[in-house]
Design a protein around this ligand. Structure first.
Ligand SMILES: C[S@@+](CC[C@H](N)C(=O)[O-])C[C@H]1O[C@@H](n2cnc3c(N)ncnc32)[C@H](O)[C@@H]1O
Length: 253
């Protein structure tokens, strides 16, 4: 499948869905998706914290036809949403899936507190779905949840996959940055930073990091010349900071 599936959503539909993400994220997602396509890396996507599906739908359309996606959210179990960052709503989520041509049987919906997911749950998901090609962490923003959810994402994402962490530098949710700092400073996770843009940290498997980073550095600037791009070190890894042209295109067709 190709990026054409997601372009109409990014050009208009995304505005109809409540939530927190912008189309210019695809200035970096598109090159990574194309890298995966060229390398034969395929698979469904997953997100912890889908809310009404704004980002989930964009990822699912990017990987349409690549398997059954998985959506994790507490939905009505809001007493497990310890920081109250957006109240998930199952009806709104499923209505939005239908609206954007994602039949419900293409997504497994798990109404769950991510902190309660067990090793057995994770093994079961891996056995049923394989490993995901892209995984978004956007549930509760506390330190404990960030560490827990990122570890789950690493278990469930294939080596050629990408893990996104939302609100990494958002001053209102310092738990996300602190959670990742604790992970990277006290341990050596196998998914490492390669890019930061539009409020999300992009990480990939260390075995792919050099190649994916070089690919991003070359293609983001070439495809979206009005982006501002800067290479920084995050936890010792080369990371591309991308400030998009917020009035520019989301994808290159
Ligand atoms: C900031 S919103 C997600 C925004 C969404 N990704 C988007 O694209 O707009 C956070 C979501 O995480 C969910 N959530 C909060 N705590 C959770 C937990 N412990 N386990 C699973 N989901 C949780 C909330 O119900 C809410 O829908």
């Amino acid at each position: 499948m190709s990026i054409e599936h997601v372009a109409p959503y990014l050009d208009g539909g995304i505005k109809k869905v409540q939530g927190w993400c912008i189309p210019q994220l695809w200035n970096v997602i598109q090159p990574l998706h194309e890298y995966q396509e060229n390398a034969g890396i395929t698979g469904p996507i997953a997100e912890i914290g889908v809310f009404h599906g704004k980002f989930f739908i964009g990822l699912a359309l990017t990987k349409k036809g690549q398997g059954k996606h998985t959506a994790f959210d507490v939905f009505d179990l809001q007493h497990f949403n310890l920081d109250g960052a957006g109240k998930g709503n199952l009806e709104a989520f499923t209505a939005n899936l239908r609206q954007f041509d994602l039949p419900e049987d293409e997504t497994e919906i798990r109404r769950v507190d991510s902190m309660a997911l067990t090793r057995r749950d994770i093994a079961e998901i891996r056995a049923q779905r394989g490993a995901f090609s892209m995984f978004s962490v956007d549930g509760c923003h506390m330190v404990e949840h960030t560490i827990n959810d990122f570890r789950i994402a690493m278990e469930l994402t294939q080596p050629g996959g990408i893990i996104y962490v939302d609100d990494y530098l958002n001053p209102d949710w310092p738990g996300v940055q602190e959670g990742l700092a604790r992970l990277y400073l006290n341990d050596a996770p196998r998914f490492v930073p390669i890019a930061y843009t539009c409020n999300k940290l992009f990480t990939c498997h260390i075995s792919y990091a050099r190649d994916m980073f070089d690919h991003l550095r070359e293609t983001v600037r070439a495809s979206f010349p009005n982006c501002q791009v800067k290479v920084v070190k995050r936890f010792g890894y080369d990371c591309l900071n991308v400030k998009p042209d917020y009035t520019g295109p989301s994808v290159r067709l």
